[in-house]
Design a protein around this ligand. Structure first.
Ligand SMILES: [Zn+2]
Ligand SMILES: [Zn+2]
Length: 447
């Protein structure tokens, strides 16, 4: 009698299935656990260092410094790294500090980045560590405040440096990058991530991957937002000059009206997003922020200038918008007999999370913060100069919840405002995730 179980082929398949089940139950989980190197000892050390991290944060918050002026902050960081026995470079991109910590064995090089600068904002929070600092910005006196939360980034990374220097039994090297001027160097100065790269921060030893975080007002403490590919937009600034022919307002047929032409250009360039950009892939924004022309009610002026910004989350879309802006601006102007030119200047690039690296490190974030707290988020049309590092090497940038649970997420004050506030309680998860990402990356990619 034929019984299907006696079919040798079936037997072969069943054997295969058994092997697969065996692999699945006994072998694969060992691999999956690669991403969980925060052992109890390190976890306890992170808990113990918590109070110190908060003290550092309060001190930095109380003494905020504007972009490219982070002198005291840099000294505090450098003193700390030196006390830990970490190799330190100072004055990188003006006030940046770089620490290099070698593990016990050779391996890959991973960088962790924290930005250091504060903003020309007068703090309105009533905190024991409130900033009362006044400084000059654009020749005007202004309050200075850590209104973007970079004080937490510095304190977190100082904590990570201490933990890793006490636990250097890893294969590879960790580079701590304390970066000045993320908010932008003062007019006429260089600075920020791009300047650090120009000065060789990703070289010698060459960095294989970089991690960065941003504290987030509007996201509860304990949560993390991440996104593979574009998470923050590229920012570009554009200037459009339109030249017509001046005439009396009563006889426009004698001139070429640059104001009318520019109104057509404004409508025309909005069709790039609505009619040329593949919006199912990514969002894009084109905004005009300022228009200047004319002086009197009955004179049609000769020229007009408008400035604006382009935000994109996809490199192809960025190129498409650049090309179409040129075509539409010059094409419309010439159709009306005017002349127009456009200059587009690149700001920050797309904060682009390498998909493979994100996939590799997601289990680390999930095992530390718990899976339900690690949330795939929408992209943000704001820009971040961490993107310059990601232009060079694979990087992962994520948002760390900063809003106390007692405040509804949608009522949290925005970044860059006088009421901006993030809780001290947010930083523990920051230290844990940055430590975990560094250790797990080096372990998974052992040479
Ligand atoms: Zn900011
Ligand atoms: Zn920021």
């Amino acid at each position: 009698m034929f019984h299907k179980n006696y079919n040798p082929m079936s037997k072969y398949i069943i054997n295969k299935i058994q092997i697969f089940i065996f692999l699945f139950i006994f072998i694969l989980p060992i691999n999956a656990q690669e991403n969980n190197t925060l052992n109890n000892k390190i976890n306890d050390e992170i808990l113990n260092i918590g109070k110190k991290v908060i003290e550092w944060r309060h001190d930095i918050h109380k003494n905020p410094e504007l972009s490219n002026r982070e002198f005291k902050t840099a000294k505090k960081i450098a003193d700390h790294l030196i006390s830990l026995g970490i190799d330190v470079q100072t004055e990188v991109a003006h006030t940046g500090v770089v620490g290099i910590l070698k593990g016990k064995r050779t391996g890959k090089v991973v960088a962790l980045r924290a930005d250091m600068d504060a903003l020309p904002v007068t703090e309105r929070n009533n905190l024991p560590y409130k900033s009362n600092v006044i400084s000059k910005y654009n020749n005007r006196n202004t309050g200075v405040m850590h209104a973007c939360g970079h004080d937490t980034h510095v304190a977190i990374l100082m904590g990570v440096a201490e933990i890793l220097s006490n636990n250097n039994d890893f294969s590879g090297t960790v580079k701590f990058i304390f970066q000045p001027a993320e908010e932008g160097a003062p007019e006429g100065e260089t600075g920020g991530a791009l300047q650090m790269i120009k000065e060789g921060v990703l070289k010698n030893p060459d960095v294989d991957a970089i991690f960065g975080l941003h504290i987030s007002s509007g996201l509860h403490v304990g949560k993390i937002n991440y996104r593979p590919k574009g998470i923050m937009a590229a920012s570009q600034r554009f200037v459009i000059d339109v030249v017509g022919k001046q005439s009396h307002g009563s006889s426009p047929w004698l001139g070429i009206d640059p104001i009318l032409v520019s109104s057509q250009i404004i409508s025309g360039i909005q069709t790039i997003v609505s009619r040329n950009s593949e919006l199912t892939k990514q969002a894009a924004v084109i905004s005009i922020g300022s228009i200047h022309s004319g002086i009197r009610f009955n004179i049609i002026p000769e020229s007009l200038q408008m400035i604006g910004t382009i935000r994109t989350l996809d490199i192809e879309m960025k190129e498409l918008i650049r090309r179409r802006m040129n075509e539409i601006v010059t094409g419309i102007a010439s159709a009306y007999g005017a002349k127009a030119s456009i200059t587009i200047t690149d700001g920050a690039s797309i904060t682009y999370n390498d998909p493979d690296l994100t996939k590799m490190m997601l289990p680390t974030l999930e095992s530390i913060a718990l899976k339900e707290n690690v949330i795939l988020s929408d992209a943000v049309t704001g820009a971040e100069d961490f993107s310059y590092f990601q232009d060079e090497i694979p990087g992962l940038y994520y948002f760390l919840g900063g809003t106390p649970l007692s405040v509804p997420e949608d009522e949290a004050p925005s970044h860059h405002t006088p009421d901006f506030f993030v809780s001290d309680k947010s930083m523990l998860l920051g230290v844990k995730t940055m430590t975990g990402l560094a250790l797990d990356y080096l372990k998974i990619n052992q040479l």
